[in-house]
Design a protein around this ligand. Sequence first.
Ligand code: DC
Length: 244
Amino acid sequence: MSAQAGPTGVPRRRIAIDGPAGTGKSTLARTLAERLGGAYLDTGAMYRVATLQVLRAGIDPEDAAAVIAASADLPMEIGTDAGSERILLAGEDVSDEIRTARVTAGVSAVSAVPEVRANLVGLQRRLASGGGTVVLEGRDIGTVVLPDAEVKVYLTASPEIRARRRTEQDLAAGRDADYDEVLAAVIERDRKDSTRAASPLRPAEDAIVIDTSDLTLDEVLDRLVALAEGADASHGDAAEGNTQ
Ligand code: DC
């Protein structure tokens, strides 16, 4: 993990934040990018858009061959502005629709297809290739998308805490949510995401693992800012351990 100049000559600071759903990852990654004045990319949203396209085409997400055909040409536009979530599919703003239970239920199958991943990983690397600070949030950023990122963090928390947070988030956003159902879905999605053959969910060997179960968002954010600033200062000799 080292800080080098990017193609524009601006020092590069690529921050990979991985982990399962419900760890506060999205809020933290977005807030961190804002705090550092950097760009932000929600890679989970990209898999969700691919899933929406598959569902709109009437295709079963488990039918890998049909999924590949339906998502090969994905008319998606995704911004890297930390201050606004704007994701378009064929020109239509789908930022709410990609969060529905229907899309969430299909996304593990779609994101397990290697061809879908190759397509989206290429796009993610292009979006992260400028100079300056960029925060990428996902499941395989530190292991596959940017294995040489300057900062790699893996956020985790117990399934019960993650299900409680997800339920509260959904209710606050006006979506239906039942804790027991959310918990079952969290456990099932973890199982699928971490046992799939293509880029399974796991911490990179050199990632800093932060268990957020007993921490507030602000406490985690402070740690992330300190890690990012440490990467600035170290310019090449990141001597962090891999647990915190
Ligand atoms: O973070 P999220 O819940 O929006 O992600 C949706 C799904 O996309 C998740 O079940 C796993 C998948 N995903 C992935 O496989 N790789 C990523 N880099 C990001 C998300």
